[in-house]
Write a protein that binds this ligand. Sequence first.
Ligand code: PLP
Length: 436
Amino acid sequence: MKSNKTPGFETRMIHAGTQPEPVTGARQTPIFQNTSYVFHDADHAASLFNLQTFGFIYSRLTNPTVAALEERLASLEGGRGATCCASGHAAQILAFFALMGPGDRFIASNRLYGGSITQFGKTFKKFDWHVDFVDVDEPEAVRRALTDRTKAIFVESLANPGGVVSDLEALAAIAQDAGIPLIVDNTMATPYLCRPFEWGADLVVHSTTKFLSGNGTSVGGAVVDSGRFDWSRSGKFPGLAEPEPAYHGLSFYETFGDMAFTMQAHAVGLRDLGATMAPMNAFQTLLGSETLSLRMERHCANAKAVAEFLEAHPQVDWVSCAALPSSPYHALAQKYLPLGAGSVFTFGVKGGYEAGVKVVEACELFSHLANIGDTRSLILHPASTTHRQLTDEQREAAGAGPEVVRLSVGLETLNDLVADLDQALTAASRVAAAAD
Ligand SMILES: *Cc1c(COP(=O)(O)O)cnc(C)c1O
């Protein structure tokens, strides 16, 4: 693109990171289903291994199809660089791997995707990394939880499953005062609806499995770096600022500046953790990202209409959807998600656990499965599935109590979606009546 003006979001969604393949002219990005790359000569090989030349060595570190997706995601988020990896959970490990040492802590929202609560609270302990879960609606509670060993604050822009919106600007200010990065999981919003870097976030993580790929074909993840964080100022981030013995004492921050995090995440993170994205998954996600804005518009419109239908339904106790004026997060949604509040939200069905299970089982068009962000409409009962491993208290805090049903509203005809939920709620009312 010749002009200096940054192209619009939709243009970048289709063109960023990709160009006609130089050898064949192939217009769509080829799937480089390939593990390794021939060196020009011994000097070229040495300079690649020393990180002195950019190029491809081995697909655990970098691959041309994956690199195209990385550049596209960095562009869509307005960041400096991105690192794709095997899943959203791998992205979370990769993000913290660069920041944390044994005994370090981070603060995370107590309303996160259930899998993240388990990963942070249980598995991260094995690395001697410790999480303090906090109600991030209270900025003072976040400040109080800060310690000398706190290395980051982690929130979801739009939380899964609850229709909860984080006050990114306020949280970024706290992180900045503390000299630590704000990490935002932007999976549910996608960069079309929310760009956390514009509000002061430093790193964005994604499960590309969801809306970015969009068709339910490919598990993947990404860490995107704003390139703005000063990794050397506080002395808290030796992995980025201090000499790296495996690369002859190179400091990533000194050598690569605003690309330090992205270089470290490839050269150390992917090298040693090995949670690489497969080229085929990168291709599927590139393809999905080309229609992101169109899909998100329809997702948001359908979801809002379904939420309004449910809110008026006699069998429904409450609806937690930030698109509705009744939501306590409506004002935050208007600020951070002006184009729409996403398509994943929860509602409480009358009749508790049994009725919740019945609604899910009675749906015919909504698929009962554990995913979000598909073109198809999806339904789930978190208490019996994704949030099953949590305590009752954690489930309540995460907005996944016994009566809670989660929807990921897809792109089908709205009337068909409403009709399906209506008949499922009628079936659930019979279960609730029988239990009385
Ligand atoms: C699904 C999800 C994850 C985990 O991603 P995977 O690709 O399943 O590993 C993390 N955060 C949120 C908000 C998610 O929805």
